[in-house]
Design a protein around this ligand. Sequence first.
Ligand SMILES: NC(=O)c1ccc[n+]([C@@H]2O[C@H](COP(=O)([O-])OP(=O)(O)OC[C@H]3O[C@@H](n4cnc5c(N)ncnc54)[C@H](OP(=O)(O)O)[C@@H]3O)[C@@H](O)[C@H]2O)c1
Length: 229
Amino acid sequence: MGAHISYLIVGNGRLAKHLINYFNLLGIKYTHFHRGSGKTLRELVKESSHVLLAITDGAIAEFYNRHPEIHGKTIVHFSGANSFPFAYGAHPLMTFTQNLYGLEEYKKIFFVVEKSDKKLGEILPGLTNKYFEIPKEKKPYYHALCVLGGNFSVVLWKKMLNEFENRLGISREAMWPYLEKILAEFMRDPQNSLTGPISRGDWKTVEKNLESLKGDSFRSVYESVLEAQ
Ligand SMILES: NC(=O)c1ccc[n+]([C@@H]2O[C@H](COP(=O)([O-])OP(=O)(O)OC[C@H]3O[C@@H](n4cnc5c(N)ncnc54)[C@H](OP(=O)(O)O)[C@@H]3O)[C@@H](O)[C@H]2O)c1
């Protein structure tokens, strides 16, 4: 990494903490600023070539406008759906929770970057992650697919887990082999791994399922998925 590269990471949420952990594991130097840090942004920016805005999507433009001292630096944001004229977008296709990950896990993460004049290695020098480029205009659709596939599946799993444990007395351990196999089989053969009444065209069973969900807000989710098939 060139001697002139110096990072300033802004934010103290989940992504910022994971970036800091990844940088520490790689031995990349950085400074860190967030609202409660008690540090002066102006001082930190002086030494920085790259400013990473790891903050809430809705705060990115406002932060940039409020801090002219960062203008002229290479600015990077990590929002999947948004793009900004003043920043390069590099969305890590990963879920970052409160738990930190290991170096090998970070290295495996793919980035999806906005098409620009720069490669990922120039936007985020020192990172050798694989990446895909997409046009800015396609980011909202790209991100909607991430939310549908990645986030909504968790909503459904949470529903299953809560109802199993609270209403049926089936412990979560019973779910793990089932869900693990679903992912493994999907990865092995995505187009042919769907099982269950919808894949079989077992409409009587589907009707029974819907009947049992009367009064449950997830009934409309079941109906929407049926319709979207
Ligand atoms: N988490 C993920 O799985 C994930 C994955 C890919 C991309 N991303 C992207 O990463 C970025 C950060 O997401 P996150 O999950 O880390 O969010 P988060 O855990 O909710 O943290 C958000 C951070 O933004 C800061 N912030 C909010 N408003 C601010 C403002 N007006 N000025 C300065 N700082 C402000 C918060 O500061 P305080 O601590 O002071 O409240 C907090 O540190 C987003 O662009 C998101 O789309 C996240």
